[in-house]
Write a protein that binds this ligand. Sequence first.
Ligand code: HEC
Length: 375
Amino acid sequence: MTKFVHSYYKSLSTLVCVLATAIGCSNESKFDKGMLEAKTSPQLNAARAENEKSFESQRNYTREQLEKALRVVSSTLINRDPTTAELESLSRGLSGYEDTIKAYFNDPGFKTVQMAYYRSIFEMQGTDQGVNYDEPSNLALYLITNDISFQEIIRADYCVNNNLEKTGCTSFGNDANVARAQAAGALTTQAFMRKWSASFNFKRVAKSFKVFACSEYPDSTDAGLTEQQVADSIKDFNCTTCTPACYSCHRSMNSKAALFYNFNQLGVYSTNTTNTTVTDTGAASNIGHVLKTGVRPQYHGREMQTVREYALLLTQNKKFRDCLAQRLTNYMMGREPYAPLLPQFQNVRDNVSFNDFKVKSILLEVAKHPAFVLR
Ligand code: HEC
């Protein structure tokens, strides 16, 4: 019941924000931190019904408003102006608008535009020295066009080639069994691992937090390890009196860094964790350089042993959900990918799991949102 009321309250407050175009509508609450709670299907249905009700206002859009919005949608999604026939569909009001946008999702231009977007998000593209740097974007495109939950972006145990077909992953020597136990979608592609390999694996850790959680360290939501658990053998990662206080970021970063020791500098999985990574002076590094002996990597107090386990936990964290809503609303609004979520779109964020993390459904929700259409 609490959640139900909460979501209704959020929808109302969103409308108020839209009407008042007020600032300071951001009401981050305790609900927005930490792990997502599982929702039962009656709760989901109730929330869906509530959303329908609160979006009754959408039925009152004028043809002029819809036309203005459709011009933005078509240039954003498929990089062209609407055709006369598409504009004519708006005589059917919101349903014509919605049908036209759904047709855009099947336009070849949609793939082209999405591919360019993900290449820029992942900061890589093309092939170099046998590594396909398009693999992370290929996976994103595969999930989007096939209407698969975007959680798979770091859950998939397969890779996707340039024809958008499932393949094995070179990071696992194309071995499907190893991938099933170790793979974390785009995160464990050879491209991602190789591009961001650096001393102690911190770059891999920082990039994955940026791209999949839209966040930078320190992670204020994760207390991380104690000072006694964080290593200080080569670098004072647990130092609290240094400037900057290394421990504040490294207490949660070092756990993840330890997991990445299973991937060598070439981005290939290895069971040997001693010669895969280097220190900041280029010497061979081992997990003991980031964690004290016997310390188990953990995230939000949960122990984990593989990058895959970390990725699964991350997809259940609100940061992952919030990041998806943030990126997609910013995309539709023509803003920088990691700009803060506009407060008017809070319910888009709250609805990510109702939309089953499907990108097209979320994009459509933004396109129909009063804060988009009436901006
Ligand atoms: C605000 C968070 C933060 C604080 C505070 C911080 N670090 Fe880091 N550290 C990072 C991040 C993020 C990276 C990865 C940087 C990148 O993307 O290349 C990193 C990377 C490193 C690296 C690897 C650098 C390399 O050459 O690749 C070392 C060594 C390091 N930190 C040591 C320290 C020490 C020692 C302190 C305290 C004096 C400290 N850090 C404080 C966040 C932090």
